[in-house]
Each structure stands twice: as C-alpha cells, then as structure tokens.
Design a protein around this ligand. Sequence first.
Ligand code: GLN
Ligand code: ZN
Length: 755
Amino acid sequence: MKKSVIGYPRVGSKRELKFALEKYFRGEIPIEELIKTSKELRTYSWLVQKKAGIDFISSNDFSFYDNMLDTSFMLGVIPERYKKLCLSKPDTYFAMARGYQSKNGDLTALPMKKWFNTNYHYIVPEFDDKVEIRLDDSKIVEEYKEALSCGVQTKPVVIGPYTFLKLSRFSGKKQLVDFAKEISAAYRNLLKNVACLGAKWIQIDEPALVLDMTDEDKKLFKTMYNDVLEEKPIKILLQTYFGDVRDFFDELVNFDFDGIGLDFVEGKETFELIKKHNEIKKQSGTCLLFAGIVNGKNIWRNNYEKTSILLEEIEKYWKGEIVLSTSCSLLHVPYSVKNEEKLDSTILEHFAFAEEKLIELSEIAAKDKNTLEKNKKLFNKQRILEDSLLKEKINNLSKNDFTRLPPFAEREVAQKKKFKLPLFPTTTIGSFPQTKEVRLNRANFKKGIISKEQYIHFNREKIAECIALQEKIGLDVLVHGEYERNDMVEYFGENLEGYVFTQNGWVQSYGTRCVKPPVIWADISRKNPITVEWSKYAQSCANKNSKKSVKGMLTGPVTILNWSFPREDISLKESAFQIALAIRSEVLDLEANGIGMIQIDEAALKEKLPLRKADWYSEYLDWAIPAFNLVHSGCRLETQIHTHMCYSEFIPIIQDIDNMDADVITFEASRSNLEILQALKEKNFRTEVGPGVYDIHSPRVPSVEEIVKALEKMKKYIPESKLWVNPDCGLKTRGLVETEAALKNLVAAAKKVRG
Ligand code: GLN
Ligand code: ZN
C-alpha cells in the first residue's frame, strides 16, 4: 500500500521559524535570512518523509504565517487598506497577519479564527468590493521546484475554493456568489500551471465538507467544481479531514476526482458511508481512497491490530486502490519523540509525534508480523495507573451529584444578603500583570536557584501589593493575581496526579505562537490542596483593611481537558469527570477555608463543540456541562460560584451555559455586538453576567465615558441586579501602568452609572 501525508509541521522542532520571524519583525535579520531558515525547515520535512518511504509528500504545506493567508495571496484577496500601504509583498502579507504601525496611524490585523476543532487559528480572508481575483501561484511553483531540487517529487497542496469562500468575510456589497466564478477560473489555471511543472497530483483540501451543509452550500460546491474540473490536466486528490462528509458523500464520489481523502479517525460515520454505498464498488473503480487512519491530532501510538481490521473492512467496500494516510495535517502534533530527553522510556514508547507517525504508516502498510506483535504487546501493557476507587466513584455518581441546591433564585437572594455588594459590582478576571520579576521568581524556583521559602515569600509580597492596589482602585470583588501560574492549564496539570509534560512538544497555535499541551497519562486525582494557601493569604490581606471578598481562582475541568492531549483508552467524558472530581475537592477546600467566592474558568468550553450540530449533545454537551456542575454542586448556598469564558459567541448554546448553574459569568464582549445582549434578554438568562467592558488585548486605556456608554447599553438588556462590571479577560499580558489607569476608569464608570 502506498502512503500519503496531508501536511507536515513547519514551525521547526526547536521553533526555529518562530524565532526567525520574531527577529525579522524586530528588524534584527534581513528577509534573506528568514527565507534561508524556512528553506532549511522545508528541506528537513521533505527528506524526513522521503526517508520514511512516504509516496505522497506535500509541498506548499509550509507557511510563513498561515495557509489561509497564503491562499488569500494566491487569489489576490487583499483588502484595499493593505494595498494602500504600498509595501513589499512579504510586508503586505505580515501587515495583514499582524497589523501595521505607521506615522499616519495604525492598521489592525485581519481577525483570526479557530481552524475547525483544532487549537490552530487562521487569518480570516476579507473580500472588499475592490478585490479582483488574480492568480499568483509563485509560492506553489517555487516550493514544488525546491522540493524537486532536494530529490523529492511532491503533490502541491492548496486550500480548496469551497472551504476558502466558506471561511471568508465579505466587507463590501459584493457577496460570496459574486466571486465564485472568478475563483473557480483561478483554480482551473492553477491546475494547468501545476501540471506544466510536471507534478502528477495536486491535493485540494476541503475540510469545510465536514461541516453541516445547506442545499445552497452543496450547489456552490457543485457549481465551482464543475468549473474547476473542466479539462482537468492533472490528478486531483480531494482531501477532507476533521470529520465525515455525511451530507455530501454521494455527490462527492460522483465527481471526477482521482483520489478522495477521508478521515477514519474523527469521521465517526466515514466507514458506514462507504459501506452503505456498497454500490460505489462499481463507480469507484479508478478512484483512490486516501484512508486517514493515523491520527494527526493526538500523540498516542496507533493500534495496528485495530487499524488492520478496519482496513480489511474498508477493502471489502472500496474497489479502487487504497492509500494509507494521516487523518489530517500533522501540523497539530509536535515534531518527534526524539527531542524528549526527560520522560521515561516506558512513557515515551507510547507516544508517536509527526516523525513517528510516518513510521507508523510504513509499518501498517508493511504488515510485518514481528512489528504487529510488538505493537500488540505495547497495547497490552498495563501502562495506566488505574485508580479503581476513582472508577467506582464515577460509576456511582447520581443525579444529585450534578445538581446544586438550593436553586439559583434562592442562592441569589442569600448571596446578595451576605456580600452586600453595590449595584454593578466591579471585579477583574483573575490575573494581574506578569512582570519580569514575577516570571523570574517562578523560573528561579523551578531551576532550584531559590528556595521554596524565598519563592513563596516573593509571591506573598506580590499578592499583598495586588490586594492593596485593588483596594486603592476601589474594586468591589478582588483577586490574588495568579503570580504562581504561567498558564491556567499547565499549572493545574503540574499539581494534579496523572499528567506528564514534554520538553519540546510544541504545536503551532497561530503565526509565531506555539503551545505545549500537557499529556493526560493516567487517572487524574488531586493529592493535596493546590491553591488554598495562596487564596487564604490573599483573603487575610483583604481582611486587614477593606474586608472585601477575594475570589478563589480555578480552571474548570472541560478547559483543562480541552487544552491537553487527552487519553484514547478511556472516553473524554470519563477524563472530564476525573478532573471534575479533583477540582471539586479544591472547591470544597477553598470553601472550608473561608473563601466565599470561587471562580472556575471555562475559557475553552466552546472549543471542542462538535462541528456538526447533530453531535453537539450526544458527543459533548451532555457530559461537558455536567462536568462543570459536578465541580460546584457540593457548595453551600452562600458560596458564590463565578465562571469566565474567553468569547461571547455562545448564543447557540446559551441555554447550556445557563445550565452550568454558576452564580456569575464574565465573558469577552467589548468588541461585541448587540446580539449577545439581545439573546441574554430573550432567553431570560438567569446567571448574573459581566460582559467585558474593555478589550485587554491592547495597551489602550479606555476612557470613563466609553465604559459608561458600554454599560448604559448593557443596562438596556440586562436587569440592573444582574450586571457586573469587569474587563474582557485576565490582565497578565498587560503593563502595570495601563492596568491601573484602565481599572480606575472602570470603577469610576461603574460609580457614575450607579448614579
Ligand atoms: N483567570 C484567568 C486569567 O485571568 C483566565 C484566563 C483566560 O480566560 N484565558 O488570566
Ligand atoms: Zn478569558
């Protein structure tokens, strides 16, 4: 069997691209040096795939920033305001990605959005009315030639016209349909040009086919591809990933594609679709099936036995040749296990990062008995530290464990009585500026340069300062500042049993930003209290003066799970409940230690919402919301539970958010729209709410008037008794000066609105 890889990581195993880009942005290296680094990275990825015997290797999967942005450039979709800067091509590109500062004012970057259900973010293409579609395929041509000169014949890969249009924004009068025809024509020319280069195949990625499709969408796809495929000069692999194409399977196999790439890992129905369409045996004679069987998103070794059984089944129903493939681009996993020196080999042998996945493809194809046997042994090993008591505890959970009593209305009355907060109480989301010294203190403690006592002493001083500052500013509900954490998930991972951490497991999140998700290795449990001492100390500082409440600060189970590499041997639901029980113990300990308000952040709750509506509840919300309920259902009536979310686009699941049954929710809303406010009103949203009144992503200090205006608007939709006043998100990336100024204005605005 032949082997194909959809795309390869590009940021560099030591994040070379990130560092080169940042140097270029700071003006420390010329563009030539950046290009040189990028060449080395591409060469490395082609050769490593060639060495592993991959038959279909991609080119043009590299990007200086983002593949969607590359596609915008390929088609000439550049908004007028960036063209007007009259910059070089690369600098126009980076201006769209990151914004541009000039004497005549600042131009903001194009917005970023999450790439389907991954933690990668793409730059949203913008069509204004001045856009004229013009094909510029120089990047594709150059990278194809470059690979050839390394001795590698590649399949160039491009994002398909349907996905590109579906993910674009139209800022003028012209809409999607007004551009469809010209875009199809550009792709048709692209095919010709790529064929002229001597390429045998091109891979066209259409992941938008795994989203729900309307009749109009189907029509759009058909119209465009009828155009694109006219006089097709090259073999086309139509590649999908991140799910199944259940809305469109019949139509898809009827197109004149030479190969179809389907995801058998996340595509729950992919196999059934093939099976049900048994008759395609007749039709698919010459069409290759690129079967995505090696998970491109998680880091565990493939189970060869299971995969072989699946492949045998697929072979029964697919008459054409089958090519083994990754389920999606390997962009979403780190480079290689070889770069991990600290983890025990008994752990590492269970991991497969990008490079190891290449070998897996070869081994699955080779079907060597010894290899299969070795793989089987690995899966039979008792690797997980199973906690039988925990299992039993989860099995025995009953409805009561997921229900907080008394109901919200009673709690609201009791809490108002207890806390005696003014109307429109002011608060922040948790973190305060993480200055150099704060980070150094953590780093020095980790390296053993300072003692635990010194580390704690420093943080306590910071906490005392932070409380005093908030009291001076006049905030109503305080926070301790989160100086002990670098990251809201890593911190809890490090303090819970069951997690392991990689040294170099970097995955690109967007542009130059990478994340290193912790790995859930075993059953999760909490051995000791994690945050209690910090919170107790912070509250004691406040008790000396203002006697105001300091919120305990935790990360919720769904967010901890969503930002980790999850286990595959137990369900996500089970993992979520394990984490929930651990955080629940922390909540109860905080409560027992006199902490009256506890915030449980669910910054990433919406991230893993299934792509298709039909799967929202059965696959996700039916356990995700209960996991949150489980965390706080044991609290006393007067303990006020807060939660925070880093977005406000939750209208479709607004009822589920209310069902989390928190007492207060804060969320990002400064740039937001009336829609969310309207929805809160219409749905009679019960939870008290703090829609962020200013954007913390920029150092700009909002004026009092501006915040008053935002509040006046919010008051029209949210009952006065339920409205909180707070920034959008945590302040850890901000400077101290602007933070103090902004919060002062926030407090002044709240006072003004109170009258
Ligand atoms: N409590 C966290 C903070 O303030 C929340 C961060 C987040 O939502 N991303 O930093
Ligand atoms: Zn946030």
